[in-house]
Structures are given as structure tokens and as C-alpha cells.
Ligand binder design. Structure first.
Ligand code: HEM
Length: 221
């Protein structure tokens, strides 16, 4: 099965009435201070079913240079999630896709890029370094925390794109309950998603004045 839900539609279904206006977090993000890594993230909980969420968190530097700048992405997914992807430009095609899946006690992060609605290729324009903290697989969830170099700028379908750290922009996610064929490989084949959706993300609530020092504390300077 493959379907695309609207978050508001999901909320409407849950309430047994037509879709209401999106809930407050549906068009924004909230600040989340992660005690483990020390980063302040902008957080969005994306519903992939009526009862389950995947949590997407993004931490950015307060004084980002005008061109490309680094980001930290943290994702928390229930164990039922086989893979999930975050699309930095808010849709599937021509933007950095941060795909991840559990592999035993670890999480594999895979850099991808799609030129159509078919399996995305590996993407060397964005690279990931797992932080020394904030990565786990336990009895209920899997989680990763990674520095991304190359997620905040790219050349999309309509030219150069840059995430404005003090603004809001559309992000998208994809979810599959099915596992990639070679989970320890960051170039594994991945099965198509069951759900894909997007939201407007307020990056400004996840700015860090000590971004580089926090990266160093997390082994990813
Ligand atoms: C694994 C192979 C993949 C296939 C075959 C695939 C296929 C498709 C197709 C056919 C659609 C059109 C809408 C629909 O009919 O549901 C779609 C939409 C979408 N996909 Fe994928 N997809 C794949 C991987 C990914 C990945 C890794 C992401 C990462 C975030 C992603 C994100 C999205 C998003 C956000 C949409 C909705 C917006 C749009 O149309 O761009 N997909 N995909």
C-alpha cells in the first residue's frame, strides 16, 4: 500500500469529522533542548499513521555564513519504521534526502538525491558524520544524531536554494515499514515509502550560538 496523508486529514479522521485547520505544530516547529548532545533543535513530530510519529529535529548555527553552513539532524523513530527520509527542500525531487534505517544496534544514514519519483541515487553533495552521542537502538525506538555538510544549500529544479536559518520553509518526510535489503550499507536498495508528507518548519527555534563548540563536544568538529 502506498498513500499520501494530509496531517490535517489525519487529525480529521481521528476526530471523525472533516479535516480541521492543522494543529499548532503542523505548521511550525517547537524548540527542543537535547540534554544528551546539548543542542537546541527545532522539532517537528510527523504523523505517519493515526497514532504514530517520527520526530525530526534540526539544529543550526546562530551566525551561519551566507553560503553553505552545517546542520545537525536528529531523528527518533519507532522500531516499526523500516526506513525514513527527510527532504530538505520539501519534496522528493532535486533536494538533499537524508535517509536512515536501523542496522542491528546501529543506525545507517544514507545521502540520496532523486531526479524523479523512483529510487533515489546516492548523493555526494551532502555528507554525514554521526555524533558521538545521541545514537541508539533500543526496545522501542531507534535514533540518530548527525552533522550534515551540504544539507542547507543545493541546486534544485528552480536554481540555487539555501535554507534561511531564521525563517520557515517546507520540509518533507517519507516512511516505510519495510527494511532496506542491506541495512549496514549506506547505498542499500530501499523499498518505496507507504507515506510521504510535508510541513512548514520554523528553523529559528533551533539556533545555537555555540554550534561549533557543541559539535566538538560531540566528536564532530
Ligand atoms: C525508494 C524509492 C522511492 C520511490 C519508488 C518513490 C516514489 C514516489 C512516488 C511515485 C511519489 C509520487 C506520489 C505518490 O504516488 O505517492 C513519491 C512522492 C514523494 N516521495 Fe518518494 N519514492 C522513493 C523514495 C523516497 C525517499 C527516499 C524520499 C525521502 C524523503 C521520498 C520522498 C517523497 C516525498 C516527500 C513525496 C511527496 C512529494 C513529491 O511528490 O515530491 N521518496 N515518491
Amino acid at each position: 500500500m502506498r498513500c499520501t496523508f494530509g496531517l490535517a486529514l489525519l487529525a480529521g479522521l481521528a476526530l471523525g469529522r472533516p479535516a480541521p485547520e492543522p494543529a499548532s505544530q503542523a505548521d511550525s516547529a517547537i524548540a527542543y533542548v537535547d540534554q544528551e548532545t546539548g543542542f537546541t533543535f527545532s522539532e517537528f513530530k510527523a504523523a505517519y499513521s493515526l497514532t504514530q510519529n517520527i520526530v525530526y529535529r534540526i539544529a543550526l548555527p546562530s551566525n551561519a555564513p551566507s553560503g553553505n553552513y552545517n546542520a545537525v539532524v536528529q531523528v527518533v523513530a519507532p522500531n516499526q519504521v523500516g526506513w525514513t527520509g527527510l527532504a530538505w527542500g520539501g519534496n522528493m525531487i532535486r533536494n538533499p534526502l537524508t535517509v536512515a534505517y536501523p542496522s542491528g544496534s546501529k543506525v545507517t544514514v544514507s545521502s540520496r538525491w532523486a531526479t524523479g519519483h523512483s529510487t533515489p541515487a546516492s548523493y555526494t553533495g551532502a555528507t554525514y558524520t554521526l555524533l558521538s552521542k545521541g545514537n541508539r537502538v533500543n526496545g522501542t525506538h531507534w535514533q540518530y544524531s548527525a552533522k550534515c555538510v551540504g544539507c542547507t544549500t543545493w541546486t534544485g529544479a528552480s536554481g540555487s536554494q539555501r535554507i534561511n536559518p531564521t525563517g520557515s520553509a517546507r520540509l518533507a518526510f517519507a516512511y516505510s515499514p519495510n527494511k532496506p535489503s542491506s541495512p549496514s550499507s549506506n547505498t542499500s536498495t530501499i523499498p518505496v515509502h507507504d507515506v510521504a508528507n510535508y510541513w512548514s518548519h520554523d528553523f529559528s527555534v533551533g539556533l545555537n550560538s555555540n554550534f561549533d563548540a557543541l559539535l566538538a563536544q560531540n566528536g564532530a568538529a
